[in-house]
Design a protein around this ligand. Structure first.
Ligand code: SF4
Length: 748
């Protein structure tokens, strides 16, 4: 190929969960155009504004091309050798002196969007062996994972709404017109929702804000923030009270229905109405509509998880799907069957291990472990509180907890007190500015991609591998190499350890496990023979190839490479009971930890609406041009009208003396900030809204575009002492705040 040749490459977009296919035009080593891949088997040409910026991320001058090391108090460019030697000199001694738990890990959301992060993050975790693991899951999705594990047997067994065939969709706490869906993977959610209406169906949005999704819905039902669990239990109550329960074909595989009926008895629509702000008649009508629809699905996302009763809300979403006969039927809530990596396609069906929560607790506050992790709400205190087991070093991978964690002002201060902070990230952001060693992964365009994580939640079974578009930049280590080297350094093998050692151990572990599993096609196979079949690939591509071969469709990576637009594996099909991995082999509709938590919800009924008259309730919001903090450095996405505004209802604004374009001082128990005011009747009276992921004006942040559009950090207001007790998930939905004019602090 000549240097000036124009070529076309196809990629799955890594920016959000929708997995759209992109068509890239490449000339002279640069991306000159990106558009939707019209031949992509899933997205059929759909693209959103974020998808067009992959080339801009590749070219971003602020994206680090080499490591940084702190010298004389400043982050300065360094060689890879110097960077890893620095870690090797400082990390193992901390473990030797203070034990493994003295090193904490934080894995950010983008880890799930890349193959290396998913496959080799666990290699690092195994090497460190710490109980102080924190991830973005306890920011916004742990309740869903707990509910799915208890009901269906694995934390990733989420039934997803079968959008393309349903006739009725009830959405709670989700805004897919902006987010393009979450834990329910599909390109073009807006188009799929529109088509529900076009074929005579109905979709209803329950949300404290009239979001863009709500504007396009058949009906918007405003709800008081944090009251989804109450509403959903009252709908369950209505189904039983009116004799509308019909489990359909799933009936033979469901246990615990009587227990659910007993639990819902006190949650009459009249009892919950003052908390929800929804009339009893509306609650009953929603339940009746759901039961009467030829097919229906209830779907809830971030807003339903980020609240004090998030796990109950997540549970009740699936309870409603079960009780109306919509679990596991076309048009209802169905289980995907991905080509690789799904815990509910491997091993013997129906008999799984009991989900155990709280196997250990955080040192300071005693918050429970879930799936090997502690709630991020307690990270700051684990760093700051002296004593045995104190966190003294932190490794972050693709995470910016200084902006995304609750009580982020507290965490920001704590980060500065660490003995060692090692960050795997390609930006100097609000978290990594504190780093002692900063190790940048390659641009997404210089690595292979397969959405191992998001195909687990896909609304259609597809598989699509994207080869790297560009070679690595000179001297650049791949992300898997960085993570493997860190793992080896943690084991005391020194900064010059060969990452291939850890890679070899990881693939052998995977093959050995499959060889011991009777249902695996590799059962009884010799590891060396399998490795020979996978040669000459190494790294994530070898792992992926093996996982595809071991998966339910027996694909190979070679087969996917030949299909740059992806392989369509068909619509979702019923999977009960083989999908289940619960100890009983049934859908356990009333698992003990969830049943016990209902007492807490019942207690909240007493006293009705107890909101302090002087406070408003803060909620977040999504925007199409943003997906967490790291996309704010892309000019195309950042420009335009300021988006980080405090939205407030006109009646509240008038009462408080706030005007559109003015400034408001917003304060909570956790902190305070000043934000520009946007008066809007899209938010319900009593509610204010501020997006998250902003606040880029801190010293040392090297993201020029983001600094020019800094916004304010909403998580300064999120209280790290408020969380869902069962999951430890942060409460970000319905934070009590006081709002007042801040004319003296009015932004320029
Ligand atoms: S919707 Fe998501 S996956 Fe699709 S182009 Fe936009 S950011 Fe990429």
């Amino acid at each position: 190929m000549s240097a000036s040749a124009t070529t076309t490459a196809f990629r799955t977009c890594p920016f959000c969960e929708a997995t759209c296919g992109l068509e890239l035009t490449v000339r002279d080593g640069a991306v000159t155009r990106i558009r939707g891949d019209r031949d992509d088997v899933f997205s059929r040409g759909f693209i959103c504004p974020k998808g067009t910026t992959l080339g801009q991320l590749h070219d971003d001058p602020d994206r680090l091309r080499g490591p940084m090391v702190r010298r004389d108090g400043e982050l300065r460019p360094a060689s890879w050798e110097e960077a890893f030697d620095g870690v090797a000199r400082r990390l193992p001694p901390i473990v030797q002196r203070h034990g493994r738990d003295a090193v904490a890990v934080y894995l950010g959301n983008p880890t799930v969007h890349n193959l290396s992060g998913l496959l080799y993050g666990r290699v690092l975790l195994r090497a460190l062996g710490t109980r102080n693991l924190f991830t973005a899951s306890t920011v916004d999705q742990r309740p869903k994972e707990i509910s799915s594990a208890l009901l269906f047997g694995t934390m990733l067994s989420h039934p997803v709404p079968d959008l393309d065939r349903t006739s009725y969709l009830l959405l709670l706490g989700a805004n897919p017109y902006e987010s393009n869906g979450s834990l329910a993977t599909a390109p073009d959610w807006p188009g799929r929702l529109r088509r529900i209406r076009e074929r005579g169906g109905r979709f209803v949005v329950v949300d404290p804000k009239r979001t863009r999704t709500a504007e396009h819905a058949c009906e918007h039902v405003p709800i008081r923030p944090g009251a989804d669990a109450h509403l959903l239990l009252a709908m369950v109550h209505t189904l039983f009270a009116e004799g509308l329960v019909d489990l359909g074909a799933a009936a033979a595989f469901v246990a615990g229905v009587d227990e659910v009926e007993r639990l819902a008895r006190d949650f009459t629509p009249e009892a919950v109405a003052p908390l929800c702000g929804i009339a009893p008649a509306t609650i009953r009508r929603l339940a009746r509509e759901l039961a009467a629809a030829p097919s229906a699905a209830v779907y809830g996302r971030t807003g339903t998880c980020t609240q004090a009763f998030g796990t109950i809300a997540s549970w009740m979403i699936d309870v409603l799907n079960v009780l109306t006969g919509n679990l596991d039927r076309p048009g209802g809530a169905m289980f995907p069957k991905p080509a690789a990596g799904a815990p509910n396609t491997a091993g013997a069906p129906r008999y799984g291990r009991k989900t155990r929560l709280g196997r250990w607790r955080s040192r300071v506050r005693g918050l429970p472990e879930t799936f090997g992790e502690l709630p991020v709400a307690c990270l700051a205190e684990e760093i700051e509180t002296p004593g045995e087991g104190q966190v003294r070093a932190l490794v972050t991978v693709a995470g910016n907890p200084a902006l995304s964690a609750p009580g982020s002002g507290h965490l920001e201060r704590a980060l500065g007190s660490l003995e060692l902070l090692v960050c795997v990230d390609f930006y100097v952001n609000e978290t990594t500015r504190h780093a002692d060693v900063l190790l940048p992964p390659p641009s997404p365009l210089a690595r292979g991609h397969y959405d191992l994580g998001f195909y687990l939640f896909s609304l259609r079974n597809v598989a699509n591998y994207s080869a790297p578009v560009f070679p690595p930049e000179p001297g650049q280590l791949d992300e898997w190499q960085i993570l493997c080297k860190l793992a080896l350094v943690a084991q005391g093998l020194g900064g010059d350890a060969d990452p291939a050692l850890a890679d070899e151990a990881a693939i052998r572990t995977l093959i050995d496990r499959a060889a011991g599993e009777p249902s695996s096609p590799f059962h009884g196979r010799r590891t060396d023979d399998v490795l020979a079949e996978l040669a000459p690939r190494t790294g994530p591509e070898r792992m992926l190839d093996f996982m595809l071969r071991a998966g339910p469709y027996r694909l190979t990576l070679d087969a996917l490479v030949e299909q740059p637009h992806g392989v369509d594996l068909g619509p979702l099909a019923p999977r009960l009971p083989e999908v289940l991995r619960t100890p009983s082999g049934m859908v356990e509709l009333a698992p003990e930890p969830l049943v016990a938590d209902v007492e807490r919800l019942r207690a909240s009924l007493v006293g009705g609406d107890r909101q302090d008259g002087g406070t408003l309730l803060l909620i977040g919001r999504r925007h199409l041009r943003s997906n967490n903090s790291w996309m704010h450095n892309l000019e195309t996405l950042a420009r335009g009208r300021a988006r980080c505004t405090l939205q407030i209802h006109p009646t509240d604004a008038a009462r408080l003396g706030l005007v559109d374009g003015g400034a408001a001082r917003v304060s909570s128990r956790a902190g305070a900030l000043v934000a520009p005011v946007e008066v809007s009747d899209a938010v319900t009276a009593g509610v204010v809204s501020l997006p998250h992921g902003w606040g880029h004006d801190l010293p040392g942040v090297s993201m020029a575009v983001a600094r020019a559009h800094p916004g304010v950090n909403s998580n300064l207001l999120a209280d790290d002492e408020r969380y869902d007790e069962l999951s430890g998930n942060a409460v970000l939905n319905g934070i009590p705040v006081r709002v007042a004019p801040a004319e003296a602090d009015r932004p320029a």
